[in-house]
Design a protein around this ligand. Structure first.
Ligand SMILES: Nc1nc2c(ncn2[C@@H]2O[C@H](COP(=O)(O)OP(=O)(O)O)[C@@H](O)[C@H]2O)c(=O)[nH]1
Ligand SMILES: [Mg+2]
Length: 239
């Protein structure tokens, strides 16, 4: 699994071994591609800072355990903070596509409920070896509420688009959430200004007036304070 995160966003990359997760990351982060197959022994860990085209600072982290059960407990921690997930398969390996449901199941189990999911078919450069049709994958993505994209890490095709699609979707979701929470906010009540009492003939009624004024001022201050807190309270952000 790969985790891409900003101070507020975190994007995970999951999928079978050898589908190209590490190369998608290194191509995007440093425009590097490795031809040799380097199967993950133990844990594949990768970390770097990237600035996207729109200037967003992004932390890119790779945590790939090659599905080893002994790392399962640790991997779950990475799913927890995810805002979006790229679920990668290899278009030349039918099995990696057939096992996409397994990754969706893990996401459903451990990631936040509203995580954005993007199905990514990698290795499109290997045209004659294709085993998964674009139309089939697209249909699967639509059926499972996922966005869809095909890439080639080797030819640097659609790589930045995949990450951009993920960050855009996360930001759109955050914007919608903020708009909804703003709609739900109770409109602030205009506090009633206290009227200053004028002295009357009777001293007792003057004392009553003073008393009422003190109470008015108290309620005025209190309601102002309540409204101030209401307006200034930190808006809930997408966690
Ligand atoms: N032809 C081709 N090979 C790729 C592509 N992406 C990755 N590979 C190769 O696939 C193998 C596995 O890639 P890797 O990134 O280590 O996969 P991971 O196990 O999912 O992290 C390596 O030999 C890569 O060179 C691609 O877009 N096209
Ligand atoms: Mg890897």
């Amino acid at each position: 699994m790969l985790s891409l995160s900003t101070s507020s966003d975190s994007i995970l990359i999951t999928g079978n071994s050898n589908v190209g997760k590490t190369n998608l990351a290194s191509r995007y982060a440093s425009n590097e591609f490795r031809e040799e197959t380097r199967s993950t022994i133990g844990v594949d860990f990768f970390h770097c800072d990237v600035t996207t085209r729109d200037g967003t600072e992004v932390k890119l982290q790779l945590w790939d355990t090659a599905g080893q059960d002994r790392f399962k407990a640790l991997s779950k921690g990475y799913y927890r903070g995810g805002h979006a997930a790229l679920v990668v398969y290899d278009v030349t390996k039918r099995r990696s596509f057939d096992e996409v449901p397994k990754w969706l199941e893990e996401l459903k189990q451990f990631a936040p409920k509203d995580i954005i999911m993007i199905l990514v078919g990698n290795k499109t450069d290997l045209k004659t070896m294709r085993q998964v049709a674009t139309s089939e994958a697209k249909k699967y993505a639509e059926h499972n509420g996922m966005l869809f994209l095909e890439t080639s890490a080797r030819e640097n095709d659609n790589i930045s688009q995949a990450f951009q699609m993920a960050t855009n979707a996360v930001h759109n979701q955050q914007r919608k959430k903020l708009e909804e929470s703003a709609k739900d906010e109770v409109p602030s009540r205009t506090p009633i200004e206290p009227k200053l009492p004028r002295p009357t003939e009777s001293s007792s009624s003057y004392a009553d007036d003073i008393c009422r004024t003190v109470l008015d001022v108290f309620f005025y201050e209190t309601s102002a304070l309540v409204n101030c807190n209401k307006n200034n309270r930190p808006r809930s952000t997408f966690l």
